[in-house]
Design a binder for this molecule. Structure first.
Ligand code: IPD
Ligand code: CA
Ligand code: CA
Length: 265
């Protein structure tokens, strides 16, 4: 497969979807909810998805699709899957806060990403990666930070919309992590959190309860920029099965895992 060609096509797709999303941003918009009151969807999410899906289907009809708002559409026997979040950070988007993204990844059936693109249409920042080919921001190579210890680190995290009871665990981690790192942020787009780790703006990020469309593209960007990404145990098995993710510059990773393992104890 020509990963460079796929990457370029996905980059263009994300930019077009971002331009569409921006036509809804800070305008009166239709806001609905899905699983619960925190799980929002706007007409901007749907319009962005309506740009992405036909373009990917037209160019790559042989690949299956997993997209947040319209679900799975399987091509029998497909070896590759698109994982699409038409707007990651809908709570920010709906509130007029300029921090959200379009996230598109291509992965094999074992969830190994080949191409990942995260686009921030407010700042016109395009984070992009292809397996083995490095990660870039607007075409310039990016690299994770060199921060040597957790106590000097700036980290981010997030809280799943589906948090009934479950997120108490993350409040414990948030509490403990705050005591060990320099400072914490809750920015509101998992895809951008991961891209920012890749760009060295954040030293690390963790969250639980995520879906493939939230993180698949950002994970590839962080890894191709030299970062380490694992589940809470330091392996890979919980990355998508439990939606657990820890991403870092690699240097502070084990310190982060230790705080997560000990949180609330
Ligand atoms: C959400 C964002 C947020 C994260 C939530 C996600 P959405 O995605 O990535 O930062 O904390 O867990 O659900 O709903 O805006 O696409
Ligand atoms: Ca999301
Ligand atoms: Ca979304």
């Amino acid at each position: 497969m020509d990963l460079s060609a796929i990457r370029a096509y996905v980059e263009q797709t994300a930019i077009l979807a971002g331009e569409t999303a921006m036509r809804y941003f800070r305008q009166p918009m239709q806001i609905g909810t899905k699983r619960n009151i925190r799980d929002m969807v706007t007409d901007g999410d749907k319009a962005s998805e309506a740009v992405i899906l036909p373009r990917l289907r037209e160019a790559y009809p042989q690949f299956s699709i997993v997209s947040e708002e319209s679900g799975r559409s399987e091509v029998p026997g497909a070896a590759y899957f698109w994982h699409i979040d038409p707007i990651d950070g809908t709570t920010n988007f709906a509130a007029g806060l300029p921090h959200f993204s379009i996230s598109i990844a291509l992965a094999d059936a074992g969830n190994q990403a080949l191409v990942g693109v995260v686009y921030d249409p407010c700042y016109k920042e395009l984070f992009s990666a292809a397996r083995g080919m490095g990660a870039t921001l607007n075409g310039t190579p990016i690299r994770v930070s060199g921060t040597p210890v957790l106590e000097q680190s700036l980290l981010s995290s997030g809280f799943s919309a589906d948090r009934n009871g479950r997120e108490i665990g993350n409040l414990n981690v948030w509490h403990d992590m705050l005591l060990y790192c320099r400072d914490l942020r809750r920015l509101g787009s998992a895809a951008l959190d991961l891209a920012y780790v890749g760009a060295g703006r954040l030293d690390g990020y963790w969250e639980r309860g995520l879906n493939t469309w939230d993180v698949m593209a950002g994970i590839l960007v962080a890894r191709e920029a030299g970062g380490r990404v694992s589940d809470y145990g330091g392996g890979e098995s919980g990355l998508y099965s439990a939606g657990e993710i820890v991403a870092s510059n690699g240097i502070i990773h084990d310190e982060m895992l230790a705080v997560i393992a000990g949180a609330g104890k």
